[in-house]
Design a protein around this ligand. Structure first.
Ligand code: FAD
Length: 567
């Protein structure tokens, strides 16, 4: 008789675990217990069904109980909740199992040798007045998507409020907009997409504004008033809200694990070791419910994403059946579509790296996704975060219309290999004009970082420049900001008080540049200012820093005193 393997939860982590378990062992007796009516559905695809990009509901259902049985000989119990784990007797008690209600043959309990928990999480709902109104929804399952679709069709809402500016909130804002609704996104934090640094939140905000989505940041949703189809925000404003979607976070599903006395980790996820074994040696776990190691910082975190859940399901099943595979942590690599653009990130943000006490540097480049002379090139922003002492890559973020996820995936691979700036600069990436440039944006970002850490061309972020200006102003002084763009660019918009010397004139205008103080030099993207920095450095200016990402980064950062025309 083979191992009796019971898996609780039948979507990303659980379904992968079941399929892997069968591949590992033909003799295992595998049972998958799923509370909902469907197994292995495409929860990541749900917003695209609402938007209309996925037209057939059946496409969201990747596998059926019958299909699982036919291909993998996995017994699938849908509409069946695991309600208790009796660890002593190696027994899981079930409720709602098919047949139970009719006095039929469905089991009320099931024995296990090894158990895998893949129960995921559930979307948080704020305890505010009106949260239970008929026009308020969360999106997590197929029944959720059915409810939202039915409401859209029957009630014909014209305005939508999305509470929460993370992945699901932004995907749903786009979905509602694609269906012709007037959409407002409300985010409590000062910026959207808190998994990215602030300047990317602004880029995302600008993209949403371009597509007609209103964004309110720094304000919370206080109440929903169903009769007037309005919502009230913490800043006192009222927002039209024929339909409301909460996407304010995911809570790990831990009631069962806690009731059975399994250990909980410091981040609030289920505690597992590096073989994904819980505090009970016969119980493994995977997916949104567990705590994992952030593979760059070594901190314990929760990473509720589908990629990690799938890979963890594979590791948990393998180990439950006697293998010894380690799960080496997650980088939180992610990407979100934003109409005709995308935002993606991997590893640590600059903010997270600073909070972890690292000596952080960052390089921001704005570069076309393929050769600029080849038709269709689109500029993307890529920020590379690195440790200044060791030159080790810590993370990256990108935003743009094309090629965003490709760059982030390259850096994600670099993170797994613990690569340095030099390694990244040396990467031999595929190039022909329709695909990239001879120096890919990833190479270029690494060059900027190398020049920074080597001291050849030190950089600072737009945020650091903003802080320097504020500090100098508070002390009644000013900082020397040198703008080396051409005059037309400068007159269109520039940092108040900055000096304009176009780079091509700089060699002949050195007398106009102040001496004896730090020069903060910038151009549009950081490339011309790099040349200017080198000219200045070799002309006796000792302290010159290049604002990485230039005026583009300054605008994305926000909070600068920007002037247009001559001063
Ligand atoms: P889930 O997939 O949530 O599955 C857990 C299952 O366990 C559920 O079906 C639940 O019913 C069942 N269950 C719980 N308790 C019990 C019980 N007691 N008995 C029986 N069954 C139980 N991630 C990305 O990386 N990229 C994306 O683009 C992306 N988009 C997303 C879009 C949406 C709308 C949503 C909702 C999620 C998205 N995610 C995305 C996140 C991703 O789907 C999750 O990280 C992943 O599904 C987690 O897998 P899991 O197996 O841990 O949990």
């Amino acid at each position: 008789m083979g191992t009796k393997l019971v898996i609780i939860g039948g979507v990303a982590g659980g379904a992968t675990a079941a399929a892997r378990a069968r591949r590992v062992s033909e003799s295992a007796e595998i049972t998958l217990v799923e509370r909902g009516p469907y197994v292995s559905f495409a929860n990541c695809g749900l917003p695209y069904y609402i938007s209309g990009a996925i037209t057939k509901r059946s496409k969201l259902l990747l596998q059926t109980p019958e299909g699982f049985d036919a291909r993998y000989r996995v017994k699938v119990l849908v509409n069946t909740a695991a309600v208790e784990i009796d660890r002593k007797r190696h027994m899981v008690r079930l409720s709602g199992s098919p047949g139970q209600a009719e006095g039929g043959s469905g089991p009320s309990a099931i024995e296990y040798d090894k158990l895998i928990l893949a129960q995921g999480g559930s979307p948080a709902s704020p305890p505010i007045p009106g949260a239970d109104s008929p026009n308020v929804f969360t999106l997590w399952t197929i029944p959720d998507v059915d409810r939202i679709s039915a409401y859209l069709e029957k009630e014909g809402p014209r305005t939508a409020l999305v509470a929460g500016g993370g992945f699901i909130g932004l995907e749903m804002a786009e979905a509602f907009r694609e269906r012709g609704l007037d959409v407002t996104v409300v985010e409590l934090l000062p910026r959207l997409m808190s998994v990215m640094d602030g300047e990317f939140g602004r880029m995302i905000e600008a993209k949403l504004a371009e597509k007609g989505v209103r964004v309110v940041t720094g304000a919370g949703l206080e109440s929903v008033d169903y009769p007037s189809r309005e919502a009230r925000l913490s800043d006192g404003s009222r927002v039209p809200a024929d339909i409301v979607l909460f996407s304010i976070g995911v809570r790990p599903e831990l009631a069962l694990a806690k009731a059975s006395g399994l250990g909980i980790g410091s981040s609030g996820g289920l505690l597992v070791d590096d073989e994904l074994r819980t505090s009970d040696p016969d119980i493994y776990a995977a997916g949104d419910m567990i705590e994992v190691t952030q593979a760059v910082s070594g901190k314990k975190v929760r990473v509720p994403l589908a990629g990690p859940a799938n890979r963890q399901g594979r590791v948990a099943a393998s180990n439950a059946l006697g293998m010894r595979i380690k799960y080496r942590g997650a980088y939180g690599t992610s990407v979100v579509k934003l109409f005709d653009a995308a935002a993606a990130s991997t590893g640590l943000t600059e903010k997270a790296a600073r909070e972890a006490g690292m000596d952080v540097g960052s390089a921001m480049v704005f570069k076309d996704h393929h050769a600029s002379y080849y038709p269709g090139s689109k500029e993307l922003a890529l920020k590379l975060v690195y440790d200044r002492k060791s030159s080790r890559i810590l993370g990256a973020q990108a935003f743009g219309a094309e090629g965003v996820e490709k760059r982030i995936d390259v850096v994600a691979t670099a993170l797994r290999g613990k690569l340095t700036l030099q390694d990244l600069a040396d990467l031999d990436l595929a190039y022909a004009p329709p695909f990239s440039s001879a120096n890919d944006p990833v190479n270029v970002a690494a060059f900027v970082g190398l020049n920074d850490v080597s001291g050849l061309a030190p950089t600072e972020t737009a945020a650091a420049l903003k802080a320097a200006i504020a500090a100098a102003r508070a002390a009644g002084g000013s900082v020397a900001v040198l703008d080396v763009r051409n005059r037309g660019e400068y007159e269109a918009a520039h940092v108040f008080g900055s000096l304009n010397v176009p780079v091509d004139e700089l060699r002949f205008s050195l007398d106009s540049v102040p001496r004896g103080c730090r020069i903060h030099v910038h151009c549009r993207s950081g490339l011309r200012s790099y040349l200017a920095q080198r000219i200045l450095k070799q002309s006796g200016f000792d302290d010159v820093v290049n604002v990485t990402g230039g005026f583009m980064a300054i605008q994305a950062e926000g909070g600068f005193d920007i002037k247009s025309g001559g001063e």
